[in-house]
Ligand binder design. Structure first.
Ligand code: FAS
Ligand code: PHB
Length: 390
């Protein structure tokens, strides 16, 4: 098989790029290791910044998002038993965020690919990029025990943190940066009315908690747990009791609990791989960078990668101008590192770290009180949360 752009990974990054390129008449093939059902069973991001929602509309995949998603003009931070609101609309010149689950937007992207006869190959085994430094890269994989090959102009590694693409960059070229946090997030989904119309990020001595939602009948909650913890240690009742302990009394008293329909622990890590290009291989999304979900930057930073790749590839194929592709890694990393900083700052300020020296503990406390005493500090938080410009 031959195509112009071979995309490894059928998550939101790979599907969004495939859909955008298709609308510009650029051929793609998406190779996904898992089944579609498996990909859609993963519960991940919940908050979309404007740049991402604009890309979804540009990809002709924004209709259900605009109908079922919720526009949020702010969120709350709970600390010392009280709630303080971050007014995103006021502090980001009228901007907001969209609350719409990654599972749903991935479903929308799959449906658009089907509608436009896009080629998405599921259960593709042993996917392997070849000759990415040559002029004729190709990708091999196995499907139903048959060995297959796709010849292409470019390979996009949109295969997430545990993917194969990043390994095609030689160790003496690849520079990795990593920070592993000593805790994870135990997350649950429940078919209950959300406790708050807007998200609540809770800082508490017992540990961080987050009250989020997917709709007015589907709630998403998280509590910080030690890395050594396991979902088997948490019955539904134990989860709800611990979540209530970490929320202000007025909020805990209104929490509607119920059976959880999903329960999982995500470890928290910060990671960046440089460069994001090697020859005709381009890394995008979680294949190149990971952030702790505290700042809701993960999927949103994948969005700017996809935007830079999309515009660079269109310029190449339509105007024979490769400058966007040549600048991709530098441009994408500039925004990636700003998302890394913001995610690290939100995580450090809101989470409880064991054995924090007294001086560092005081800094975390003053960070929070400074935030709500300064319009400049709130503007800085707001502009990062709604999304820095692409
Ligand atoms: P993805 O990992 O989503 O997709 C990569 C795809 O490539 C997968 O479908 C995988 O099966 C496939 N693949 C992997 N190896 C392959 C191979 N060798 N061959 C072919 N295909 C291969 N972000 C937030 O903003 N908020 C959150 O609350 C949040 N929670 C998260 C929880 C977890 C457990 C994880 C892992 C991430 C979370 N994220 C969150 C970040 C997440 O939303 C990512 O940013 C988002 O999934 C990025 O999308 P992709 O880059 O497409 O990577
Ligand atoms: C979620 O709803 O899953 C969510 C929302 C905001 C975050 C992280 C996760 O910062």
């Amino acid at each position: 098989m031959k195509t112009q752009v071979c995309i490894i990974g059928g998550g939101p990054s790979g599907l969004l790029l495939s859909q955008l390129l298709h609308l510009q008449g650029i051929e793609t093939v998406v190779l996904e290791r898992q089944s579609r059902e498996y990909v859609l069973s993963r519960i991940r991001a919940g908050v979309l910044e404007n740049g991402f929602t604009k890309l979804m509309r540009q990809a002709q995949c924004g209709e259900r998002m605009d109908k079922e998603g919720e526009v949020h003009d702010g969120f709350f931070i709970a600390h010392e038993g009280k709630l303080d609101r971050v007014d995103l609309h006021k502090y980001s010149n009228g901007n907001s965020v969209m609350v719409y689950g990654q599972t749903e937007l991935t479903r929308d992207l799959y449906e658009a690919r089907d509608r436009m006869n896009g080629i998405v190959i599921h259960n593709a085994e042993d996917v392997q990029p070849h000759d990415v430094k040559g002029v004729k890269p190709y990708v091999t994989y196995r499907k139903d025990n048959a060995e297959c090959r796709i010849d292409c102009d470019y390979v996009i590694g949109a295969d997430g943190f545990h993917g194969v693409s990043r390994k095609s960059i030689p160790p003496d070229v690849l520079k990795e940066y990593e920070k592993v946090y000593p805790f994870g997030w135990l997350g649950v989904l429940s078919r209950t009315k959300p406790v708050s119309p807007e998200l609540i990020y809770a800082k508490h001595d017992r540990g961080f908690a987050l009250c989020s939602l997917r709709s007015q009948v589907l709630s998403r909650y998280y509590i910080q747990v030690p890395l050594s913890d396991s979902v088997d240690n948490w019955s539904d009742d134990e989860f709800w009791a611990e979540l209530k302990r970490r929320l202000p009394a007025e909020v805990a008293g209104q929490l509607i609990t119920g059976a959880t329909i999903e329960k999982s622990i995500a470890p928290l890590r910060s990671y960046v791989a440089e460069p994001m290009r090697y020859g005709n291989l381009f890394l995008a999304g979680d294949a190149a960078h990971i952030v702790p979900p505290t700042g809701a930057r993960g999927l949103n930073t994948a969005g700017s990668d996809i935007y830079y790749l999309y515009t660079g590839l269109v310029d190449f194929y339509k105007n024979n101008d490769a400058s966007g592709l040549e600048q991709y890694s530098e441009k994408a990393l500039a925004r990636v590192w700003k998302a890394q900083r913001f995610s690290w700052w939100m995580t450090t300020m809101l989470h409880t770290f064991l054995d924090t020296p007294d001086y560092d503990q005081k800094l975390k406390e003053i960070d929070m009180s400074y935030l709500f005493s300064s319009d400049a500090a709130l503007s800085s938080l707001a502009e990062n949360y709604v999304g820095l410009p692409y």
